[in-house]
Design a protein around this ligand. Structure first.
Ligand code: SAH
Length: 371
């Protein structure tokens, strides 16, 4: 193999890495050792993997590399939030955000360069869709953050939770996202508990079902409206998978994972979806499921026509849900001084228009395949 065809070991989960090692005549435990070097010690140089023989180190260096995306920017917010802009090929870039809290540290990870779903209130949507991230580019975000934060999965855990809530629709990059989530949850990887890895989706029904078959992670659903008319306006995907179908898929997902609930994200937009009447409609939907509601105050971005709901309106909305017995949290806005809050991520998406048609085709293929 030449240098140009080196495989990036960040593209493999444990199973894949063991298979690769088998192909080069090495035992599975060698793959396990390498995984530990990569994800527990953030080593990207085979020369430093001291428990491998010299010959194996040389063989690996010939055919493989450990190559995370380059960090273009590393921004710190006054509230402790940190955001990395990671450069991809062709001038594209994606963003990853770390949100520290007293009892946990959450990393918000991107799955695509841009997004093609066109949710009306999301900054990523204004960028259009460019391409799916490779598994190495997804797990590489965790790797870069973990290294920068001095994360040690089994001693000093800085990253306790990962949410696939950055740029892109993770279910439309299914295989790569699943592979990356496998590494997040592997003891030899980042060692996170299943429930501490959350995939957030705008609601691709067949792919929610497919996810429940292959991967045991927490599910979050971007609902934002309790009736089809309003939801279709905000999340155009709703036309294809209306609320009843979406909630039925959520019920199927929850049925497979007893004792865990599904999180419904609801971005609060002034005079759009924040009335008491809509709160009551939402109560009716949530009562049928093991559900948690996460209210997100709308985060503005240049060019948006939406505004954030007033704090007292959000409080009244939350009260209606709580009094009806629906567990409802208010997501605190973090990192908006560095444009790291929900819906503000845009990275850098070049050459997007030519890809829109390709994106639509991909939705067709992905959902047809799963159905
Ligand atoms: N495509 C996936 C992953 C994105 S998650 C999904 O839709 O779930 C990002 C979350 O932030 C989603 O719930 C999204 O709807 C929400 N969001 C998008 N724009 C926002 C904004 N401007 N303010 C607050 N939340 C926003």
């Amino acid at each position: 193999m030449t240098a140009a065809t080196k495989v990036n070991l960040l593209d493999f989960d444990r199973e894949g890495l063991r298979a690769l090692f088998a192909r080069i005549g090495e035992k599975p435990f060698r793959a396990d050792q390498v995984m530990k070097w990569i994800y527990h010690h953030h080593v990207d140089d085979f020369g430093q993997m001291t428990d491998l023989g010299k010959a194996l180190r040389g063989k690996l260096a010939d055919i493989a590399e450990i190559a995370p995306a380059a960090t273009l920017l590393d921004k710190h917010s006054v509230d402790g939030t940190r955001k990395w802009l990671l450069g991809m090929d062709g001038g594209n870039a994606v963003e990853t955000v770390y949100i520290p809290e007293p009892t946990r540290g959450t990393l918000c990870v991107s799955s695509q360069v841009g997004c093609g779903l066109n949710c009306r209130f999301c900054s990523t949507a204004t960028q259009g869709f460019n391409r799916n991230l490779a598994a190495s580019e997804i797990i590489g975000q965790v790797w870069v953050a973990a290294k920068a934060l001095g994360n040690q999965p089994h001693q000093q855990r800085r990253i306790t939770n990962v949410v696939m809530m950055g740029m892109g629709e993770p279910l439309l990059n299914f295989d790569n996202v699943v592979r990356a989530m496998n590494v997040m949850r592997d003891d030899l990887g980042f060692g996170l508990a299943n429930k501490r890895v959350t995939l957030s989706t705008a609601g691709l029904v067949p792919l929610i079902d497919r996810l429940s078959e292959v991967c045991d992670v927490s599910l979050a659903v971007s609902l934002h409206a309790p009736n089809d008319e309003l939801r279709t306006e905000l999340v155009p995907l709703n036309k294809r998978y209306p609320i009843a179908e979406l909630l039925a898929a959520c019920a199927r997902y929850a049925a497979k994972r007893p004792r865990t609930s599904i999180t419904f994200e609801y971005t609060m937009m002034r005079d759009v979806n924040d009335s008491p009447e809509l709160a009551r409609q939402l109560v009716k939907l949530m009562r049928r499921l093991p559900a948690k509601v996460n209210l997100i105050p709308f985060n503005p971005f240049p060019g948006t026509g939406y505004r954030r709901s007033e704090p007292d309106v959000i409080a009244a909305f939350q009260k209606i849900l709580l009094e009806a017995g629906v567990l409802t949290m208010l997501r605190r806005t973090r990192g908006d001084d560095i444009d790291a809050a929900c819906g503000q991520l845009k990275g850098q998406v070049l050459d997007r228009t030519r890809r829109q048609a390709e994106f639509r085709k991909r939705i067709e293929e992905a959902t047809a395949h799963a159905a």
